[in-house]
Design a protein around this ligand. Structure first.
Ligand code: 13P
Length: 247
C-alpha cells in the first residue's frame, strides 16, 4: 500500500561536473526501480542536476528552504525559487541544520508549513542524540519533535518523515534493523495519535543513518520502514544498489 521511497542527501558535496557524471551513471541503473527515487542536492546545483536527470525517474530535491515568500533573508532560498526549477522534494530540519545552524522544532514547523503551502513535499527529519537514546529519552524527544515540528499540518500524508538517529549519521554505526523498526513503528503510532490512524497507515517514513548497499535489504524488509534517506552512499553508484533493494 505504501510505495517505498529512496532519497539521497548530497549535503555539501559534488560540483556540476561530478554531480552530472554520477547522475548519468545512475540513470540506467535505477530506471526499473519499484520505488520513488530522488536526490536532494545543494541549491546551486539544482538547475544542472535537473537537466542531467531529464527523462529519467530521478527527481531532484532541495536540502532546505526558508519559510518566507521573499524578503531580507540573506543567503536563504524560497519555495518559489525551488518551484521555478521543478523541484518536488525539500529536506526540512536535518540534524546537521539543527546542530550547526540553529534550527529548532519551531523553525522546522514554519518551513514545513511553507513547503506544503507551496505544493512541495517536505522530508521532515527527526531523531535523537546518542546521549538521549542512552538515557531512555528517545520517545520523549520524538514526541516533542513531532508535536511541535508538525503542528498545524492539515494533511499529514503529504509529508515524508525521515527518522535519522543522530548517532548513526556519517558514523558507519547503523541502527540495527530492530532498533530502526521499533522506533519508526513508534513514530507511526504517534502520528496516529496526533493526526489520524488512517493517515498513520499511509504516511511514508524513511530511515536514515549510515544506510548503505550492504545493510539496505535488512532495513527495508522491516514492516514500518518505507524507505531511506541516504547520505554518503548517495555520492556513488552504491545508491543504485539501495534503490534496487528488492531485486
Ligand atoms: P549518512 O548516510 O552519510 O550516514 O547520512 C545520513 C543522512 O544524514 C541523510 O540525511
Amino acid at each position: 500500500m505504501r510505495k517505498p521511497f529512496i532519497a539521497g542527501n548530497w549535503k555539501m558535496n559534488m560540483t556540476v561536473a561530478s554531480g552530472t557524471k554520477l547522475i548519468e551513471e545512475l540513470k540506467p541503473l535505477v530506471k526499473d526501480a519499484n520505488c520513488d527515487v530522488a536526490l536532494c542536492v545543494p541549491a546551486i546545483l539544482i538547475p544542472a542536476m535537473k537537466k542531467a536527470a531529464e527523462g529519467s525517474n530521478i527527481e531532484i530535491g532541495a536540502e532546505n528552504m526558508h519559510w518566507a515568500k521573499s524578503g531580507a533573508f540573506t543567503g536563504e532560498i524560497s519555495a518559489d525559487m525551488l518551484k521555478d526549477y521543478g523541484v518536488k522534494y525539500v529536506i526540512i530540519g536535518h540534524s546537521e541544520r539543527r546542530q550547526y545552524f540553529g534550527e529548532t522544532d519551531e523553525t522546522v514547523n514554519k518551513r514545513t508549513l511553507a513547503a506544503l503551502e507551496a505544493g512541495l513535499t517536505p522530508i521532515v527529519c527527526v531523531g535523537e542524540l546518542l546521549e538521549e537514546r542512552e538515557n531512555g529519552k528517545t520517545e520523549a524527544v520524538l514526541d516533542r519533535q513531532l508535536k511541535v515540528g508538525l503542528n498545524g499540518i492539515e494533511d499529514i500524508t503529504k509529508i515524508v518523515i525521515a527518522y535519522e538517529p543522530v548517532w548513526a549519521i556519517g558514523t558507519g554505526k547503523t541502527a540495527t534493523d530492530e532498533q530502526a523498526q521499533e522506533t519508526i513503528a513508534y513514530i507511526r503510532k504517534k502520528i496516529g495519535e496526533l493526526f489520524c490512524p488512517k493517515c498513520a497507515e499511509k504516511i511514508i517514513i524513511q530511515y536514515g543513518g549510515s544506510m548503505n548497499a550492504g545493510n539496505c535489504k535488512g532495513l527495508m524488509a522491516q514492516p514500518d520502514i518505507d524507505g531511506g534517506l541516504i547520505g554518503g552512499a548517495s555520492l556513488k553508484t552504491d545508491f543504485a544498489t539501495i534503490v534496487n533493494f528488492d531485486k
